[in-house]
Design a protein around this ligand. Structure first.
Ligand SMILES: [Fe+2]
Ligand SMILES: [Fe+2]
Length: 228
């Protein structure tokens, strides 16, 4: 029977390096940051910093799920197609909402959009911990859960860190368009571009670097996850 991973300990979930423990740590970090953002005493400056951290974690985490985890789930579970379609739809809605927030810095509806994004992120976390991730625990031993965890982490470390709603939610389309964008996003996290020309140069550099380096890393990680 499928039971939520939320109340289980590290031993039951395959050890600290397993995909289940890694997922739960990120979910807990997101939860803490969202609650902090919502707290009445949080200052506007703190909210801006928290928002940046939340956005970066949400997108790198979700991109690695779509690239590494959901294809595995579709192979092992008879209802994998329906379950992963549901979380991909949640990811798409989060993408669109956060893209709207990022494009409209002065809009008075921004706080409302942020709250809606938080509601969707919380629902996505519940669906994953209660429905999708338990199926990995039911199917795989501890060693395999740790291998999948390492593959997911490798992709997460180089994944896009900002919303890209037009990018496909499934491989290979997501990896082909998303990985060059991840280099672009990470340059943007380091230093915002001063001009449209700067953005174009960075995007061109990112496309080249992404296609060559990050793509190779992802292919290796995917091979490792498949081999088990
Ligand atoms: Fe997750
Ligand atoms: Fe997710």
């Amino acid at each position: 029977m499928t039971t939520s991973i939320s109340g289980k300990n590290a031993v039951q979930l395959g050890g600290e390096g397993s995909i289940l423990m890694r997922q739960r740590r990120d979910h807990a970090a997101l939860d803490t940051m969202m609650n902090r953002w919502l707290a009445a005493e949080t200052t506007p400056g703190e909210r801006d910093a928290l928002w940046q951290d939340i956005v970066q974690l949400v997108f790198s985490h979700a991109f690695a799920e779509e690239t590494v985890l959901w294809p595995v789930l579709r192979r092992i579970s008879s209802d994998g197609e329906d379950l992963t379609a549901r979380v991909e739809q949640e990811h798409q809605e989060i993408n669109e909402l956060i893209a709207r927030v990022e494009k409209s810095p002065g809009d008075p509806r921004r706080a409302e959009w942020v709250r809606r994004a938080f509601t969707l992120i919380s629902r996505d976390i519940r669906d994953e911990e209660d429905e999708l991730l338990p199926r990995l625990r039911d199917t795989f031993g501890d060693h395999r859960l740790r291998q999948i965890g390492a593959a997911w982490e490798a992709v997460r470390a180089t994944a896009p860190t900002h919303p890209h709603p037009a990018v496909s939610r499934r491989p290979p389309g997501n990896a082909l368009s998303g990985l060059p964008l991840s280099v672009f996003d990470r340059l943007r996290d380091l230093a915002p571009f001063a001009s449209p020309a700067g953005r174009r140069v960075a995007l061109a550099a990112a496309s080249a670097a992404g296609a060559a380096g990050v793509g190779l890393l992802t292919r290796r990680a995917l091979r490792r996850a498949r081999r088990g």
